[in-house]
Design a protein around this ligand. Structure first.
Ligand code: ATP
Ligand code: MG
Length: 508
C-alpha cells in the first residue's frame, strides 16, 4: 500500500480548518472543498433550497458558490444573520388571531418585495450602465424610493408587512380593503419593473443567498411564517429569469418543525437538496486538508495527489497497536453523526492535545482517547442546544444515562423512558414535551437526535450489513424502530457520560 511519511515539522502547521464555513472560506476552504453530488446539483441551479443538520456544510456550499460566482463576474447578495431577528418580528407585528390575517401569504409577498428591491438596488448601483441595457426605469425607481433610505433588509421587510397588516386589521371598509390588499400582494409598486429587470438580466447575473435562518430561531408564529414565506418567494423569484437565482438554506429540524412547509411541500419538493455524508466522503474531506497543509509546507502537490485518502489519514493518526491495529479512522468516525464539523473538531482537538507531547507524526492512538472526553462533552452540549426549542432540557435527559450500561434491552429502556415521562426520575425544564411522552415516542426522539443507535433485527438492513451492528438515524434512512429489541447510547456521548472509560485505553 502507498504510504505517506510526514516530517515532524508538519505537526506544527497542520490545520483542519475552523468549525464554520464563514471563517473557513478565508483559510483555504475552496482548495479543500469536497465537490459532492449535492454541491453539483445546487451549483447547477437544479436545487435551490439546501437542507441539512448543523455543521453538515450548508454554508460551505453557499460560500464556495458565492466565491465562484463573484469570480465569474456575477453580482452576489448575501443576507446575513444580523439581518433577521425573530423577536423583532414578533414584537413589531400583531398576532395572526388578533387580525385574522394570513401571515404566510403576507410574508411571501414581503420577501418577494425585499429580494426584488435588493436585486434592483444592486444592479442600479453607481457606475452601472443601466440606461444602455434598458433599465432606466429601475434606476429611477431606486433613486426615488430607496436611494436615501438607510433601512436594513429586515426593516424593509417589516415595513412592507406593516402596510399589509395596516390594511388587514385597520378600519377600512371591505371593498377598499380588498383592492388595497390585492395591490400589495401583487407587488404593484414594482410589478411593472419586472419586464425591465428581465431585460437587464439577459446580460447580468445576480445570485442571492439566504443562510443561517436558524440563528435566534424561536419557533414563534412569525418565525414560521418568515421561513415558509421565504420558501414561496424563492420558488416564485427563481421563475423570473435563469440569471436571477435565490438560494435558501435551512436546518433539517426547523423544516420538520414548520407544518406550513410540509403541507405546501409539493410546491418546492423538487427544489430541495438534503445534505448527507458517508464515511468515504468525510475521509476525503480530511485527506484534502492534510494534503493542503503538507503542500503549504513544500510537499510536492503531484506526489500528494497520488496518495490515497486512507494513506493521508494514516500519516497523521496511527491505529491502535494494542488492539490489533484498530483503525483510528473507524474509531473517530464511529463517534460522529457523519457531519463535517464533527470530524473537523475531533481531529483538531486530537491535534491540540498531542502538540507538545508528541514528537512527530503519526500521532499515537492514545492522543485520540485523551482528546475524546472534551470532544464528547462539547458534542453532547451542542446537540442539546441544537434541539432546545423542540426538546428543551434535553441535556438533563442525556444525563440520566450517566453511569448506566451503554446497551439496553428494549424492555429496560422503555422502563427508563416511563420513569422519565412520569417524573419519577426528575429532569430539568423538559415538561413541555417529556410529560406523558409514551416510551416509544421518547425512544424515537432519542434516536432521531442521534443519542441512541438501534440494532435492526430480521430486516433488510441487518441482512445486508451483517448482524450485530447498531445504526443511528444518520446511517439508515428507514428503520422499523418498533421492532428493534436492542439499543445503545451512541459512542459520541459515552465518554462524557462515563459509559466507557477512555482512560483504560490510554497507553503511556
Ligand atoms: N464540502 C465540503 N468540503 C470541505 N469542507 C466542508 C464541506 N462542507 C462543510 N465543510 C466544513 O465543515 C464545517 C461545517 O460546515 P458549515 O459551516 O458549512 O455547516 P452548516 O451546515 O452551515 O452549519 P450551521 O447549521 O451551524 O450553520 C466547516 O468548517 C466547513 O468548512
Ligand atoms: Mg451555516
Amino acid at each position: 500500500m502507498t504510504r505517506l511519511a510526514l516530517s515532524p515539522r508538519i505537526l506544527d502547521h497542520l490545520d483542519f480548518g475552523t468549525p464554520s464555513a464563514e471563517r473557513d472560506i478565508g483559510r483555504g476552504l475552496e482548495k479543500c472543498f469536497v465537490e459532492s453530488a449535492a454541491y453539483q446539483r445546487v451549483h447547477s441551479g437544479a436545487k435551490t433550497i439546501v437542507l441539512g443538520n448543523r455543521g453538515a456544510g450548508k454554508s460551505a456550499i453557499f460560500q464556495v458558490i458565492a466565491k465562484r460566482e463573484r469570480i465569474a463576474g456575477s453580482n452576489v447578495i448575501e443576507l446575513s444573520p444580523d439581518d433577521y431577528s425573530y423577536e423583532l418580528l414578533s414584537s413589531a407585528l400583531a398576532a395572526e388571531r388578533a387580525g385574522s390575517w394570513a401571515k404566510h401569504g403576507a410574508y411571501a409577498a414581503a420577501w418577494k418585495y425585499l429580494i426584488y428591491v435588493l436585486v434592483m438596488k444592486e444592479i442600479a448601483r453607481k457606475g452601472m450602465r443601466l440606461t444602455k441595457n434598458g433599465g432606466a426605469d429601475i434606476h429611477r425607481y431606486i433613486r426615488d424610493n430607496h436611494a436615501t433610505s438607510q433601512l436594513g433588509s429586515i426593516s424593509l421587510l417589516i415595513s412592507y408587512l406593516k402596510r399589509l397588516e395596516g390594511i388587514k386589521i385597520g378600519p377600512l371598509e371591505a371593498g377598499v380593503r380588498t383592492r388595497e390588499l390585492d395591490r400589495l400582494y401583487k407587488l404593484e409598486e414594482i410589478h411593472n419593473l419586472l419586464p425591465s429587470l428581465r431585460n437587464v438580466l439577459e446580460r447580468r447575473r445576480v445570485v442571492v443567498f439566504v443562510d443561517e435562518l436558524d440563528r435566534g430561531w424561536d419557533s414563534s408564529e412569525d418565525a414560521q411564517a418568515f421561513v415558509s414565506g421565504l420558501f414561496q418567494a424563492c420558488v416564485s423569484i427563481n421563475g423570473l429569469h435563469r440569471n436571477l437565482r435565490v438560494y435558501v438554506s435551512l436546518r433539517q429540524e426547523l423544516y420538520d418543525d414548520i407544518p406550513a412547509l410540509y403541507e405546501d411541500a409539493q410546491k418546492h419538493r423538487d427544489l430541495l437538496e438534503r445534505i448527507h455524508w458517508s464515511e468515504e466522503s468525510l475521509l476525503e474531506l480530511i485527506a484534502k486538508r492534510i494534503r493542503y497543509s503538507a503542500q503549504e509546507r513544500g510537499y510536492d502537490s503531484e506526489m500528494l495527489r497520488r496518495i490515497p485518502d486512507r494513506a493521508c489519514w494514516s500519516a497523521v493518526f496511527a491505529g491502535d497497536s494494542d488492539r490489533f491495529g484498530e483503525s483510528s479512522f473507524g474509531y473517530m468516525m464511529e463517534r460522529t453523526l457523519y457531519r463535517p464539523r464533527e470530524i473537523i473538531q475531533f481531529c483538531t482537538e486530537v491535534l491540540e492535545t498531542a502538540r507538545g507531547r508528541a514528537s512527530g507524526l503519526p500521532l499515537p492512538f492514545a492522543s485520540i482517547t485523551r482528546a475524546e472526553h472534551g470532544y464528547s462533552a462539547e458534542r453532547a452540549k451542542d446537540i442539546a442546544a441544537e434541539y432546545r426549542y423542540q426538546y428543551p432540557g434535553l441535556m438533563s435527559v442525556f444525563d440520566v444515562f450517566r453511569g448506566r450500561s451503554h446497551t439496553f434491552a428494549r424492555d429496560d429502556l422503555e422502563l427508563l423512558c416511563l420513569a422519565l415521562a412520569t417524573g419519577e426520575i426528575p429532569t430539568r425544564n423538559s415538561h413541555s414535551w417529556l410529560t406523558y411522552c409514551e416510551p416509544d415516542a421518547l425512544i424515537e426522539i432519542l434516536w432521531q437526535v442521534g443519542f441512541l443507535t438501534a440494532q435492526p433485527i430480521g430486516d433488510e438492513v441487518a441482512h445486508r450489513t451483517g448482524n450485530g451492528a447498531f445504526f443511528g438515524a444518520h446511517q439508515v434512512q428507514h428503520l422499523n424502530l418498533a421492532a428493534v429489541q436492542r439499543f445503545q447510547v451512541h459512542p459520541m456521548f459515552r465518554a462524557y457520560l462515563g459509559l466507557e472509560d477512555p482512560a483504560s485505553r490510554i497507553h503511556s
